[in-house]
Design a protein around this ligand. Sequence first.
Ligand code: NAD
Ligand code: MG
Length: 396
Amino acid sequence: MTRPLQITVLGATGSIGLSTLDVIARHPERYGVYALTGFSRIAELRSLCVRHRPDYAVVGDETQAAILQQQLQSDGVPTRVLTGEGGLCEVAAHPEVDVVMAAIVGAAGLKPTLAAVKAGKRVLLANKEALVMSGALFMQALRDSSAVLLPIDSEHNAIFQCLPSGYAQGLGAVGVRRILLTASGGPFRDIAPQLLPEVTPEQACAHPNWSMGRKISVDSASMMNKGLELIEACWLFDARPQQVEVVIHPQSVIHSMVDYVDGSVLAQLGNPDMRTPIAHALAWPERIDSGVSALDLLQIGRLDFQAPDDLRFPCLRLARQAAESGGTAPAMLNAANEVAVDAFLNRRIRFTEIASIIDDVLNREAVVATACLEDVLAADRQARNGANTWLSRHGR
Ligand code: NAD
Ligand code: MG
């Protein structure tokens, strides 16, 4: 009997983190929890430590760490508490770790995810922003290490499942014509465009099909999520932006498709529950139970498709432009979006101003090549400054 695989869950207190722990707990003979990390909701992290008894927990600062360490001691849990980015990178790269779930939201996940790649782990990538920011460097680090990267984003996990194993030779070599990236269209798919400036964070976070963290929920509502996913798909599958087509599919049952030159289209279907791609990536190339119920197509009845509306969703167009520009453009797009989404969630700007901010930043800042990680981090800082300047210029 082999020992259970040791797993670090970066972002354990989030939506993906909790779904990951749900799947892991169904298979104690296969998986053990090495480390859990959280940035807020520390009470939740404490109960996760009591339940899963990891070797390490990582929190944001020393004060949180001291409190949590004392609480865990009184709970009789031997978990050691570490702090900050150093702690995150340590538990992502530790020799005892086999698998790292990268489920921190946003640019904060970049360094720990890269640390896991460089240390040769099996990396389960939910944190799409990390790859969008640093695409070329990230993929180079992957080629230079023995790491295995498996996509958790449901669309990319679906595409991965629909591609033959030799796809790394190039999509053309395996007969792929296009990737069809499906999108639910989010909560504002059918709203009258003139009402969009008035929508609230609560409305934006009420996704019709998926229950997710607040940042990705707003991204889904603006369709920036699909834009980030387009860039993610280009890196993961070595596709050109023009080879990735976005199709609105309101039921979120088909998670994406691959169109081959002979006219075959392969799709992966399932209930919209992230435990399916998580279980797939954890066990690949095997299959394990995820706790997700069987798909009932008769209950669903119909599958609809429509083209995305560029006027309603300018973020998708901005992301496609950034994908085509390359270099630091995707990192700037991502950073400006993070600042703008945060401002929207804090009611400082209107929903439609998210796109205005990103557009403004991308128009002002020059795109350069990314030779090293510092180039990416500098572009990230520059775009955050640009977005904050927009906010002060507009008195927000
Ligand atoms: P979430 O907001 O629910 O959780 C985010 C996690 O990251 C939390 O554990 C939080 O404590 C941690 N975190 C936040 N800021 C941090 C910081 N500065 N430093 C360290 N840790 C920090 O988000 P989520 O919905 O679970 O999404 C996580 C990632 O997965 C995102 O990149 C998202 O795009 C991606 N993703 C999510 C879903 C989904 O269904 N939720 C689907 C596909 C992809
Ligand atoms: Mg997705």
